[in-house]
Design a protein around this ligand. Sequence first.
Ligand SMILES: Cc1cc2nc3c(=O)[nH]c(=O)nc-3n(C[C@H](O)[C@H](O)[C@H](O)COP(=O)(O)OP(=O)(O)OC[C@H]3O[C@@H](n4cnc5c(N)ncnc54)[C@H](O)[C@@H]3O)c2cc1C
Length: 428
Amino acid sequence: MSYLEEGLKNSEVLKLDRIVKNIAVIGAGIVGICSAYFLKKSGFNVTLIDKEKPGTMTSFGHACSFADYANVPVNYPGLIWDIPSMLLRKDGPLAIDLFYILKNLPWAISFLKNCNKEKVNEIASSLTNLLKHSQISYDEIFQDVDVSEYISHEENLYLFDSKKSFEDNEYANVIRKNNNVKVRNLNKNEVKELEPNIADVYYAGQIFTGSRYTTNPLAISNKIFDKFLELGGIYINQNVKNIIQKENKIELRLEDKNFYFDKIIVSTGAWSNQIANKFGDKFPLDTERGYHILFDTNEKLINRPVAWSESGFYLIQIHDGIRAAGTVEIAGLKKPPNKKRLAMIERQSRKVLPQLREVKSTWMGRRPTLPDSLPVIGKSQNNNNVIYAFGHQHVGWTLGAVTGKIIDSLSKDQVPNIDISAYAPDRF
Ligand SMILES: Cc1cc2nc3c(=O)[nH]c(=O)nc-3n(C[C@H](O)[C@H](O)[C@H](O)COP(=O)(O)OP(=O)(O)OC[C@H]3O[C@@H](n4cnc5c(N)ncnc54)[C@H](O)[C@@H]3O)c2cc1C
C-alpha cells in the first residue's frame, strides 16, 4: 500500500515517508504530467493533483505542433502600431475585449514594453535556449512510452496570404537565423506540390525544417500519465482549494481531504496565480485565449500542419478529423467562448480548404502568458520548497518535457544543465 493510500484510509493526514521526499504536482496539463513522470523516475513519492482529467484543458485542444522552431515571440517590434489595423480586420488573428483590457492595463502595458527590438532578441534567445532541448527531452520519455503511432514527421508549412505578409515576416527570419532555427521558403508551385488540396489563395509558403507534430495530443498525455501511474505515482482528481505552510511541510486542502507534502510543483497553467498567491507570490500572468474547430472528414486532405497567416491558425489533420486551431483573444479566464471568433475560424478554414465537411465540435483554451512571453520556472522566493512551472504561452505543448526535466533537477536541489535564469520567478 502506498503512503498516500494508507493516509487516505487511516487518517485525514498523510503519513509521511521520512526518507523519500513527498512531492505534489498541482496541475495535470502536459507540463505537470511530464514533471510528475520525471520526478517519479527519479524515485520521489509523487502525487499529481488536478480538478479535471489529465491533459484535458489547454494541453488538449492546441495546434498539435512540437514547435521547436517557434522562438519568435508574439511581442514583436512595432506590434503597438499594428494593433489598430489588426483589430479592424474582422478575420485577423487578434481580438481584444476592451472592457477586460482596460481593467487589466498593467499586463497589457508590460507586454507592449517588451516589443522593442533589443528585448525581442533577448526573449527569442531565451526561448531558443529551452526549445532546442525540447525534442531530446521528449525523446527520453518516448523511449519509455511508445507514442510513435501519434507522431508524424511531415514538416509544418506556413502559408502567407499576401506578398506583404511574406515580406513582413523577414524580421522573424532574421531572428530564426540568428538562433540557428532552419526554415525553407517555398514558391506557389512548390506549395502546390506538397499540398495540392489547398485553395489558390496564398502568396508563398515556408517550411519549418525538421519539425514534427502529433495526431492525438490527449493520447500522448494519457500514455505518459499511465506510465507515471505504472511507476507508482498517485493521482487525485480534486481541486486544490487552499494551502497552508507549516514548519518544513506544506498542507494542501483539497475538496474533502488534507495532505502534507515536502515540496510542491505549481503547474496550473493560466490559473497559477490562484496557487502562487497562497505563498505570497503574485505574477503578471494573463491568458491568451485560443480556439479550435474540428471538421469532419472521411479523406486525407492535408499531409502536414498548414498555418494561415491572415488569421493566425493551423489546419491539422488528426485522428478524429481536421482541426483548425489558433488565434489570440485577450479577454481573461472567465468569459464564455466568443462565437464570432469561431465563425471567423470556420469561414477562413473553408476559404483555405474548401473540401472541409461539417463542424463536429468547437473548443476554447487558455494559454498562460507572462508579459515577456517567457515561462516561470524556478523556486518561489518565499518558500524554497515551492517550485513554479507555468506560463509557456504558445509553446507549452513543445516545452512540456524539457520543463519536466528542469523541475526534476530543481527538486533534487541540483543546478539544471540548462541556464534557467531568464525564467526566474523573481524577474518581475
Ligand atoms: C489554440 C491553441 C493552440 C496552441 N498550439 C500549440 C502548439 O501547436 N504547440 C505548442 O507547443 N503549444 C501550443 N499551444 C500552447 C499550449 O497548449 C499550452 O502552452 C500548454 O498546453 C499549457 O500546458 P500547461 O500544462 O501549462 O497548462 P494546462 O494544460 O492548462 O494544465 C493546467 C492544469 O491545471 C489544473 N488546475 C488549475 N488550477 C487548479 C487547482 N486549483 N486545483 C487542481 N488543478 C488545477 C487545470 O485543471 C489544468 O488541467 C496552443 C494553445 C492554444 C490555446
